[in-house]
Design a protein around this ligand. Sequence first.
Ligand code: GLU
Length: 310
Amino acid sequence: MKQPRVVLLVLTLTLALAATAVTAVTTGFGRSGSPPVKGPQPEDLPVYQVATDFHLPDSPTWEEAKRRGHLVVGVKEDQPYLGEKDPASGRYSGFDIEIAKMMAASLGFGPTAVEFRTIASANRETALQNGQIDYYVGTYTINDNRKKQVGFAGPYFMAGQSLLVRKGEKDIEGPGDLAGKKVCSAAGSTPYQRLQKEFPKAVLVAYDTYSICVDNLLTYQVDAVSTDDPILLGYAAKVPEELKVVGAPFSEEPYGIGVPRGDTALRLALDDALAAHEKNGDWKKAYDATLGLSGNPAPQPPAIDRYPAN
Ligand code: GLU
């Protein structure tokens, strides 16, 4: 699909959205309408070697998945190049999705034995605690607070908080310009918490997802969207005529793979898997075919933090 048609579609969508009560919005920028523009091409994606004869008897999560016959992995569905669901085919794509598949392959589960489930930022800890998902890969920042509730393998990528504004915006060039401005972020996210704490003069608006924030930005309901730079760059890459990312990142957001807390065997197995896929080139190939499409060349992956059982 060509870019102008997509822009039109997005604009039509956003106009339609403007006509509905904002709180009742159920469709959004990334969730309905167009398939990914310049999206990951299936033929460019690596095929991961599925481990045979793999066993992890000390992991209750792995044992249960084996009994069930497939893994259930929590992800995002509205974050271009990271975790995005094609509404027509139901297929998920993006860098986080590739990381999830790499991990599955190392645990002995092929691509058809992975079921993806969309879980919003605010619901990740609960989903892991309730056993709704086996692990989570979706721009999930590792921090000490969250480590009290869940475990984290990784990190597998280093992001930083940034700002997305409309192309014509002149007043906002960094977080210091947010006083009195309406800024949207996702409930339960670290960027939202940082804005609240460090930029109290910004007028905060929270939704479940960033795509709803982007709809609000395009319809002039908010002045900026704030979250991690790779997420924002993805939205900007979709409609470069409408949106731009401004300023330098103002935090460090190391992305981890969330696992149920206490399942140390699973966490360390995923750390091993990650190290192996970084070493054999899968990580870089996956990055180039997905997140790399939003503009930045592949960085060095951050050092893996194999922390002791806590
Ligand atoms: N990395 C941040 C977080 O985990 C923002 C992205 C997100 O909400 O997934 O809260």
